[in-house]
Ligand binder design. Structure first.
Ligand SMILES: C[S@@+](CC[C@H](N)C(=O)[O-])C[C@H]1O[C@@H](n2cnc3c(N)ncnc32)[C@H](O)[C@@H]1O
Length: 286
């Protein structure tokens, strides 16, 4: 693994590091650039402007360049027709990966974002980047949006999914996608932040054999709260807007799907170690 380039480090993450007005400040920063007309229509220039804000003004919880490259390489390999991201924030991953999907010949990038203010920021920056034909921003909780997109026929299969939202929801949303047959053999998942802050229940699930998953399902007593292995800070990250989060404990998934899963180590844009778990669905046992 290459070293982290300290000259590119984001500002340090504060105690309150989002939803304090900085997302709108970012919009003013980007649209106030003297060369804004050269930025228009250029995904890489929009990303540069976002990075500049996060390096010189305030931290932003973006995937960043290093982990971003892991996923853009994956997009070039998988060539997804349809890619879904869970958690869009201000649109960094959406612009980086939506552009990569378009370059790889793909048709659709769905960005699912629960906070309507953040979703509006994503839509504005996606438009600025000239990606509105490929990217659809979907406002709402990921599980509700996945179901609606599925039942409306707008989403029939997920070729590649980037998980980067409420950490305890990674496993329940993956299981939901399995149940709806959106994730089938051939689907690939890339999960962010599996080192920082970490996601033991998700890693356990995607690294389990079919046999282990069937056994776990038989003795499953999952409640609607987050798994106790998450730290309070992670479990309550969105409490300001959401209060006590509830997860759908009735979602069983499809334990018969065979996964091959591997961690790629990398860095947060601040330079802290993190990793992306890449999981390939390679078959289904009957
Ligand atoms: C780490 S940020 C996403 C960063 C983004 N993927 C990037 O790299 O540019 C997580 C985002 O997920 C959103 N989020 C959290 N839980 C969600 C849920 N259940 N459904 C949809 N969005 C959610 C938050 O509002 C936040 O904007």
């Amino acid at each position: 693994m290459a070293e982290f380039d300290k000259t590119k480090g984001y500002q340090a993450q504060e105690d309150v590091f989002f939803d304090d007005g900085r997302e709108i400040e970012l919009l003013h920063f980007v649209y106030g650039k003297p060369d804004i007309e050269d930025v228009r229509g250029s995904p890489s220039r929009v990303l540069q402007a976002i990075d500049e804000f996060a390096r010189t003004k305030k931290y932003l919880m973006n995937v960043g360049e290093d982990k971003g490259r892991i996923v853009t390489d994956l997009i070039a390999e998988v060539k997804p027709q349809t890619m879904v991201e869970l958690g869009g924030y201000i649109g960094y991953s959406c612009i980086l990966f939506g552009d990569a999907v378009r370059k790889a010949g793909g048709k659709r990038y769905f960005s699912l974002e629960r906070n309507p203010e953040f979703a509006a920021v994503i839509a504005s920056l996606v438009d600025l980047a000239g990606l509105s034909e490929v990217v659809k921003v979907i406002v709402g909780s990921s599980d509700v949006s996945i179901k609606r997109l599925h039942y409306s026929g707008a989403l029939q299969h997920i070729d590649l999914m980037f998980l980067d939202h409420y950490k305890p929801a990674y496993t329940t949303d993956l299981k939901l996608c399995e149940e709806l047959k959106l994730v089938t053999p051939g689907s690939v998942m890339a999960a962010d932040n599996v080192i920082k802050p970490g996601n033991p229940p998700y890693l356990e699930y995607v690294r389990s054999s079919v046999q282990e998953k069937r056994q776990a399902l038989e003795k499953s007593e999952a409640g609607s709260g987050p798994d106790a292995r998450f730290k309070d800070r992670t479990a309550n990250q969105y409490a300001k807007r959401q209060g006590q989060e509830k997860l759908d404990a009735s979602v069983k998934g499809n334990p018969n799907l065979v996964y091959e899963s591997k961690l790629t180590n990398s860095f947060e844009p601040t330079g802290e170690p993190d990793g992306v778990e890449i999981t390939r669905c390679v078959g289904e046992e009957k």
